[in-house]
Design a protein. Sequence first.
Length: 284
Amino acid sequence: MTMNNSDTKCAISFEVFPPKKDGEFEAAFEVMDELAKLSPEFISVTYGAGGSQSKKTIEIASYIQNTLHIDALAHMTCVGCRKEALLEVCNALKEANIKKVLALRGDRPKDMTDEQFFSRDFAHASDMITFLKSNTDLQIAGACYPEKHYECFSMETDLNNLKIKQDAGAEFLITQLFFDNDYFYSFQEKARKKGITIPIHAGIMPITSAKQLGTTVSLSGSSIPKAFADLIATYGDKPEEMRKAGIDYAIRQIKDLQVNNVDGIHIYTMNKPKMAAEIVAAVR
């Protein structure tokens, strides 16, 4: 899978999320139109917990792929999914001309019983990747964690699991967000020593409000370096200044990653095209 962009040092891509309500699709399409003007390498579309949003994911991904003519990467979670249901989603993707997916285990749905959880068809994302490789023509990306997955006992175990994903058929990786590039470089070095050779795209989320940080960190498990904590302390209660400082911090992260020849930058846009445009203008 080619992941090079001729006018950048590395591929730049975006993550977006589908609208929660059917009446919000028009606004979502307008967001995609604005992001498309920035010529990303691909746009990934998130997936609702337990698959509740799969139709919305496919609808947004189809618009990106077929109307905007940008590669769409549909998120696909397997924690609450049976094989038959997964194949139905794959058929819907095929009908929509979507050829790429990001294979994720996903979070356990709140209404999932222990019995359902422990008898699920796919215990790990790597199990789903194996299944998809055997049953579809999809190109598959995987997720990885520079500070290790929060459920994993050690980084060594996490890297072993990542090698399993690669061997199962993952063609490139996208990291969880991080705020300290040293974690990424250390992780990348260990991954290469482990024999993980596929491209690793660095996931960057610009934090533009103090409230966003609390939610983000609790969900991602990312640590906060002192420089970033100081930034929040200084600008957290000044919305406009916080927005600018958060974007500047993300730009500095990206420029440093580019200088160090990262394979790709995946920007978690939070469906904010203006923010994405400011970042892209600064790093291209």
